[in-house]
Design a protein around this ligand. Structure first.
Ligand SMILES: [Zn+2]
Length: 118
């Protein structure tokens, strides 16, 4: 359950960050507001590339997912789980056969855990 716990912590942290965005920041005086491009640049700082990492994460302890995120700012770009055939028509091209195998192992472990506790 520790992985699930750390996952919900990550969600909570993301909510805090979003809430801050609403209130924080200096008032824009003159000129159009220039939102930070955090999708293109890490933390919106132009020229700073995201540090892309793929990690296997447990979603609520129910299933495992490969999550492609930035290890510097934590932004998620894409994810893939073993059910991608049913709800997502494509397998992201960053998912290598090796990553897929690790995902299947992690998913099988989670299913085993659920069976034992049921
Ligand atoms: Zn980043």
């Amino acid at each position: 359950m520790s992985k699930a716990a750390s996952w919900s912590w990550r969600l909570a942290a993301a909510e805090v960050r979003d809430a801050r965005h609403v209130h924080d920041g200096p008032e824009v005086v003159g000129g159009p507001a220039k939102p930070k491009d955090t999708k293109r640049w890490c933390k919106g700082k132009v020229g700073r590339e995201h540090v892309l990492t793929v990690t296997i994460m447990s979603r609520y302890g129910l299933w495992a997912e490969l999550v492609r995120h930035c290890s510097a700012c934590g932004k998620e770009f894409d994810s893939c789980n073993t059910h991608w055939r049913s709800w997502r028509s494509h397998k992201p091209d960053w998912v290598t056969p090796d990553l897929l195998r690790q995902l299947q192992i992690a998913d099988a472990k989670l299913k085993n855990t659920r069976k034992k506790s049921a």
